[in-house]
Design a protein around this ligand. Structure first.
Ligand SMILES: C[S@@+](CC[C@H](N)C(=O)[O-])C[C@H]1O[C@@H](n2cnc3c(N)ncnc32)[C@H](O)[C@@H]1O
Length: 261
């Protein structure tokens, strides 16, 4: 599926005109007062920036809010996080992590709230705008713990393949996490509508095999690939082991034990 980059516009808002114009210019999309024929709009409100589907039966807005919802609940109430186990095993010292497929930053946030410092890359300009907006709000939230967590999340907009190619060896991350888009589920009626919006905006990740290949050359200790539980291995490459949950699985490619240079 192709990204619908031309099917999105920024909705103007008289209270935030400069902000709306800046975003429209940055993304090279129209600034509109009416939804017209655009299936998606980028909308600023007091809750931040969101992607809003238009028309009858539209899905709810897609935005990043680290101070609410399931992610925040997990931050406040803890619990066993599979991704933490997948990334660090029994290692106590948090390794440096590159989130190669940042998306809406939920996985990175889980790691950052456990003390990890991360670099996150996202190439979709629309998703990047929404994520940056969520990070900015978290950094100015007035909740000192949330502000500290968000400061540990360094965001880079662009293709991770380019980022990795430019990276000096000394800056290679301990762990690289990859969570590629998976083809839209056949049971699409059951998939949350908001997830479908995300799928339509981002499209399929056709180069995720290449990403794994590069990541295996650059990570110091391990590469972690997030997959639906029943999915094939990415690039057909068998991992050393996996950490499994109810619906997802983390495939772990071990390169070097933690503690070894
Ligand atoms: C399934 S989502 C990741 C969701 C994320 N783990 C989260 O917790 O919100 C995949 C994201 O990776 C991005 N992506 C895929 N390949 C990429 C690449 N080579 N460089 C940068 N971003 C990439 C896509 O644009 C998409 O937003």
């Amino acid at each position: 599926m192709k990204p619908l980059s031309l099917s999105i516009a920024v909705k103007s808002d008289s209270d935030r005109n400069d902000q709306c114009q800046r975003l429209a210019d940055e993304l090279g999309v129209a600034l509109v007062t009416e939804e017209g024929s655009y299936p998606y709009l980028l909308v600023y409100s007091e809750d931040g920036l969101s992607i809003q589907q238009t028309g009858k039966g539209a899905a709810g807005p897609v935005r990043v809010d680290f101070s609410a919802g399931a992610t925040n609940h997990r931050r406040k109430h803890g619990g066993r996080e599979l991704i933490v186990k997948a990334v660090a095993g029994n290692q106590h010292q948090p390794p440096s992590v590159l989130d190669a497929t940042a998306g809406l930053g939920r996985d990175s946030f889980v790691l950052a709230s456990r003390g990890y410092s991360l670099t996150m890359c996202e190439r979709s300009p629309v998703v990047a705008a929404v994520l940056k907006d969520g990070l900015d709000r978290a950094r100015r939230s007035g909740d000192s713990e949330l502000e500290e967590i968000a400061k540990r999340m360094i965001f880079i907009q662009g293709n991770t393949l380019d980022y990795l190619q430019r990276l000096d060896e000394i800056d290679n991350p301990d762990v690289i996490v990859i969570d590629p888009m998976f083809p839209e589920s056949k049971k699409s009626a059951l998939v949350k509508k908001e997830m479908r919006t995300f799928h339509h905006i981002v499209g399929a990740d056709s180069d995720s095999e290449q990403l794994l290949e590069q990541a295996l050359m650059k990570a110091r200790h391990r590469v972690v690939v997030k997959r639906p539980k029943k999915a094939d291995y990415l690039a057909g490459l068998k991992p050393n082991f996996a950490v499994e949950g109810k619906a997802i699985r983390f495939d772990i490619y071990s390169l070097r034990a933690f503690g070894k240079k």
